[in-house]
Structure formats: C-alpha cells, structure tokens
Design a protein around this ligand. Structure first.
Ligand code: MG
Length: 349
C-alpha cells in the first residue's frame, strides 16, 4: 500500500513551483527519526510547534501594549497567527511549500520575551552573552522544549526561524548572511513585517496613541485607507512583484513604491508608537521587573533551582536564568515579581 506521505510528496512535485522547497528534498533533522506515515516533514514540524508549550505562552506575551485587558488588542499569539495567515497566502500564490512557510511563521516568535521589545533590550543589555529573540526562538525549538530535548525540527524550518527578522533592517535583505536557504523563509520574513506594521497601526489607533488621520498620507495613497486594504495591497504586491521579477519567483520581491511605504510606516510606528511616552512608560516599568528578577536569580542559584524545580543547572547560571526570564509570560513575570519582592498583606485579624 502506498503511504499517504509518499502520495502527498508526489503531489508537491507535480504542483509546486520549481523554486519551492520540496518536503522530500529536506536537508533533514539533527537527530534522524522515522518518518510519519501520514505527514510530510514540514507539516509535522508545523504540528510540533503548535503543540509545544512556548507556543501556548505566546497568548500572554505583549505585542506592543502591555498585558492588554482590552479584548481586541493583539498579543504575540494573534500576531503569530496573522503573520502565518499572510505567509500562507503569499506562499500559495507563488506555489511554494505552504507547510514550510506556515511552520516558520508559527515558530518565528517562540523566543520572544515578556513585555515585547522591552524584554529583549533588557536581556541583551544585562546578560553577558547578549540576547536576541530570533536566536532565542531557535534555542527554544532546538533545546528548551521537551525538557532539553527540543523539537528536532528540519533544517529549513530552523533556518527560517533564526533569520526571520533584523529589527529595523532591510525588509528584503541583500546580505547573503541574512538570507534564508529557502524562498519560503523569505516569505515568512516579509509576512511578519506586513502583519506587524498593519496590526500595530490598528492597535495604536484603538489605544488612542495615534489617530487614523496621523498615518502618513503618502503611504495611505499607495497602500489604502483601511486595515484590510493595506494588507491586501502588500500581499498582492509581494506575489505579483515576485512573479514579474527577472528571477521569476526564485527570490521574494516587492515593488519599490510599496516597499518604501512599508519602511515609512515602520519608521512612523517607531517614532509615534513604540517610542511614544505612553508605551515607553510601560517599557521602563517592565524593564525594572525583568532586571530585578534576573539579578535575584543569578545571585542566588539555590533559590533559582527551587523556583524551576531542578537539582542542577544545564548551562551557566546566567544562561539558564536568561532562558527562564525570556520564557515568562507578562502575567507570570508580574506575579513572580510580586511574590518575591512585595510584602504579602497579613490577612488574619
Ligand atoms: Mg514577529
């Protein structure tokens, strides 16, 4: 009997673009495993990411607005889902491997700290080895999940995760060191930016940090006046510009006008939202929480081991504490801070 996985891999060969990464041509996993009868390797990786603990924690991690109690603000989880949906639409339009694109997009932010970029900046400043959420995402899937065994993902998913972002760097990188091994990895990177530029604008208007009319009119003219229109313009542009480029689908492309509008919107977000007084005020407070937790645990290993329920460290104390702090959700960090540093009210009269 033909295995379903073999049949699905054969379908990929028939329908996908010559630039797509075929599941059957993967460079494989660090530890060899028996293949699944049903699922090709990238589909299996996608499932592993969705079932892992770090993925569930994304729901209580900040995107921009700290621990939002308003039900409609994005969290790191809904950002991830929006990025993944955009990535899949682009991948499907270009006849790329949708499972691979989706796996990268779902895994790209697994290493994000609590309190958004405040957490990342703080850990990078105080940890002796530095910190970046992209490298931490890889560390989560390679090592931290499943009690130190990791998820043992394929090379292509790991490559896409670690190269998904460079902060304010190029939307489409030219530096070969930043380029992913697959076009699917490039799609996930562009989809991440399309997702956050649009939903952060939407949330900033919701929060009253900016007004709809503040959005640069030059950008609005090019990409549209509504949230939906803007995503639609960017996604279609990525698909059509890639197909029209001289390399015809072997690398992701966008038109100069839309690319420029994305960069200008991102600059606008930094200036008016991420670095705004209201967001920056929370940034200072959350930095203080993470610094104090980090210092408390790195200077008292016994307390740290007790807290994580282990008998010994698996790396240097700084590295282990950094992993622990980076893995926290906003609410976990707040509750832990309260328990460790604040006096408990004495309730018995
Ligand atoms: Mg992201």
């Amino acid at each position: 009997m033909t295995l379903i996985r073999d049949a699905l891999e054969a379908v990929e060969q028939q329908i996908l673009s010559p630039h797509a990464q075929l599941s059957s041509a993967t460079r494989g996993r660090a530890r060899e495993e028996r293949e699944c009868d049903l699922r090709p390797c990238f589909q299996r990786d996608r499932d592993r990411i969705i079932h892992c603990k770090a993925f569930r924690r994304l729901k209580h991690k900040t995107q921009v607005f700290l621990s939002p109690t308003g039900d409609h603000y994005r969290t790191r989880l809904t950002h991830t889902l929006e990025a993944s949906q955009i990535a899949r639409t682009i991948a499907k339009g270009l006849r790329l491997n949708e499972d691979l694109t989706e796996a990268i997009a779902l895994g790209h932010d697994l290493g994000h700290t609590p309190f958004g970029h405040a957490g990342e900046e703080v850990l990078d400043r105080i940890a002796p080895h530095g910190f970046s959420h992209t490298e931490q995402s890889l560390r989560v899937v390679d090592l931290l999940e499943r009690e130190g065994r990791g998820l043992n993902l394929t090379y292509e998913v790991r490559d896409g995760i670690v190269k998904h972002s460079k902060g304010r760097g190029a939307v489409i990188p030219c530096d070969p060191a930043e380029q992913t091994a697959t076009v699917e990895g490039q799609v996930a990177r562009v989809a991440d930016i399309i997702a956050y530029v649009n939903h952060d604008l939407d949330d900033a208007v919701r929060a009253g940090v900016i007004a709809e009319e503040d959005i640069p009119q030059g950008c609005v003219k090019i990409i549209g006046a509504s949230h939906g229109d803007r995503i639609d313009t960017m996604v279609k542009d990525a698909v059509y510009a890639t197909l029209a480029a001289p390399h015809n689908g072997s690398a992701i492309a966008m038109s100069p006008q839309v690319l420029d509008a994305i960069v200008r919107l991102r600059d606008f977000l930094y200036e008016r939202v991420y670095d705004s007084e209201v967001v920056h005020g929370d940034f200072i407070k959350s930095s203080k929480i993470l610094i104090e937790l980090y210092e408390r645990f790195t200077t008292d290993v016994d307390l740290f081991l007790k807290e994580i329920g282990k008998d010994e460290l698996y790396d240097t104390v700084e590295k282990c504490v950094c992993d622990y702090v980076a893995g926290m959700t906003d609410r976990y960090a707040l509750t832990l801070y309260e328990r460790i540093f604040l006096p408990r009210p004495w309730l018995i009269l």
